[in-house]
Design a protein around this ligand. Structure first.
Ligand SMILES: Cc1ncc(COP(=O)(O)O)c(C=O)c1O
Length: 406
């Protein structure tokens, strides 16, 4: 199909999706963040897809796809392969539309992810060691049974559903200058990009990928679809080997720029969204803020929308990100000190912390490992400080009663 007719037909899918989706999904809020605007020098607006059903945008595409093929879905059910947000989006949409869903996942999938899908009534089939095995099996079973296979991104109806976010943004912020969107397989940014280029032609659409999985970044550079060997990322939802064929042609038309960001910056962005905007984002959902923090974009004083595409972050990962953020901001500190192994030394250390009104979070004591000098006890203290400069005072006084270990 010629490119212009393809874009026209995808745009009509988006318009059609916007007429039916809200029977089952939310129009998510767009909120201005004062503190993030101050921190970045832009006018920052957050499009809160973490508040969408299943806490990610994914049900938009899945619902529209199943709705458009409802006869097949009723007869033979729907099938998808995913361990994450797509699985939940398909399971939710199938349950609302009254059809059976089967989700294929690798055998190594953690129980929490399996249960997240089962609670929407879907059947889960565990197959193979890695995701690719589960994916191949899902496609094979769909062919055998005639079930509707719901692709996570490379499908005109999936793009149609995801594009409704673009219509909402154009309605919610008439003077929007730029929209930042995470790229996994590219369905989300393709849909949003098509809608915005129709409704607000001057808007810049900027894609963001983790440096550990730069599929579109590499493909755009090479001028053809590149398959990469991704490394693990805290933005796990967008770690794929490649983008789609359909999404690649669309992205080349509607994406103005693509930025890659490292893991540190993604963690910092998750922490800032929590601390400054009280928004829970998963790694992929925080990519747009990470791009803004990277300093690679010239958007000062512009009206910038960050699509917070999902909030499904594992609480243990969130806990680690928060602790790192607190240490980075010097609200919490970790100090290791070798103290003489005689009664009363630990008490001296505790007294110093007490004097500066520091709250002890954890103390670990180690006398026996080989890294502890004989006659000493290694003590690691985690504490909250009332002011950042208190940490320096505490460290100085502690160094007077033992050896600080860096
Ligand atoms: C939270 C989140 N953000 C972004 C994406 C990327 O979407 P797409 O694969 O359509 O590019 C995904 C994909 O699963 C996701 O779950």
């Amino acid at each position: 199909m010629p490119l212009q007719s393809l874009l026209d037909s995808l745009w009509s899918n988006i318009v059609e999706a916007s007429k039916i989706l809200y029977q089952a999904l939310y129009k998510t809020p767009l909120v201005y963040s004062n503190l993030l605007s101050k921190a970045t020098g832009c006018n920052v607006y957050l499009k809160l897809e973490n508040l969408q059903v299943t806490n990610a945008f994914k049900a938009r595409g899945a619902y529209f796809k199943i709705y458009k093929s409802i006869d097949i879905a009723r007869k033979a059910g729907v099938i998808a392969a995913s361990t994450g947000n797509h699985a939940q989006g398909v399971a939710y949409s199938a349950s609302v539309l009254g059809v059976e869903a089967t989700i294929f996942m690798p055998e190594t999938t953690p129980p929490a992810k399996i249960n997240a899908v089962k609670r929407y009534g879907a059947k889960v089939v565990l197959h193979g060691e890695i995701f690719d095995d589960a994916y191949r099996k899902a496609v094979e079973v769909a062919k055998e049974t005639g079930a509707l296979f719901v692709h996570p991104f490379d499908d005109p109806y999936i793009i149609g559903g995801q594009g409704t976010i673009g219509i909402e943004i154009a309605e919610q912020l008439s003077n929007v200058d730029a929209v930042l969107v995470a790229i996994g397989g590219g369905g989300l940014i393709s849909g949003i990009g098509i809608a915005l280029k129709r409704l607000k032609p001057g808007v810049k659409v900027i894609g963001v990928e983790p440096a550990n999985a730069p599929k579109y970044f590499e493909s755009r550079k090479a001028g053809k679809i590149m398959e990469i060997e991704p490394k693990p990322s805290i933005a796990d939802a967008v770690v794929t080997k490649s983008i789609g064929e359909l999404t690649y042609s669309v992205m080349n038309e509607v994406v103005d720029d693509v930025v890659i960001v490292d893991e540190e910056l993604i963690a910092e962005a998750i922490y800032m969204l929590l601390d400054k905007a009280k928004v829970v984002a998963e790694g992929a959902g925080a990519l747009p803020l990470a791009a803004l923090l990277s300093g690679r974009l010239d958007l000062k004083r512009k009206n910038v929308v960050l699509v917070i595409s999902g909030g499904n972050i594992d609480p243990t990962i969130l806990h680690r990100v928060i602790m790192r953020g607190l240490v980075h901001e010097r609200r919490t500190a970790v100090v290791s000190i070798a103290l003489r192994d005689v009664p009363g030394e630990l008490r001296k250390a505790v007294n110093i912390l007490y004097k500066y009104r520091c709250n002890i979070v954890d103390i670990r004591h180690d006398r026996f490992s080989l890294r502890t000098p004989v006659g000493y006890a290694l003590v690691e203290i985690v504490f909250e400080a009332p002011e950042p400069d208190v940490i320096d005072k505490v460290r100085k006084e502690l160094s007077e009663i033992g050896y600080l270990i860096e």
